[in-house]
Design a binder for this molecule. Sequence first.
Ligand SMILES: [Zn+2]
Length: 207
Amino acid sequence: MVDDAEEFVVGCLALNASYEPLTIVPARRAVRLVLDGKAELLEADGSEPFRSERAELPCPVVIRLVRFVHVPRRFRRQVTNTFLFARDDYCCMYCGRHRSELRGRQFLTRDHILPTSRGGENTWDNVVTSCSSCNNRKGNRLPEEAGLTLQTEPSEPNYVHLVWAVRRVTPAQAKYVAMFYGPDAVEAVLAGASARPVPHGQSSIQA
Ligand SMILES: [Zn+2]
């Protein structure tokens, strides 16, 4: 599974056999899956086709796996800072400030609500985006012990929210996401995305 923001640069949306959007894979890997008969090409774009000794294939933007792949839930959407910050709209879940409002050397971090030192796990319902100031203030305490209040109850995000939050989905791919999740979900996410444009590549790595 692709779990690295850099992998999204050249992206082909990979669907399960059930048409569930699974992940974005590099176009070259998508070509390989199609040539190996493991996926079918659903959408291609007009850019330079891929050529090999065996075949020529237009650049894939959406593929569908031929056989259904059961992806264990825990492997599905791992908590990465890229996705975590996207889920929380790039805002500190304690003081509410957006990344653009942080001052000086402040930056976004990953906070474990129940600290790992006290048995807290790295799961979607135990992590939130926190500015470095709130995270330092909280230390190895629970929010209430540090006088902090969570703005929302964290939960595992919907894939479609994540892909739009990191803004890597083309209209051709959006069609398939909408097909699976329904047009309402897409509209809601698009409304959110246009309200707050987010630059790439500014996530900080700090647990
Ligand atoms: Zn904060």
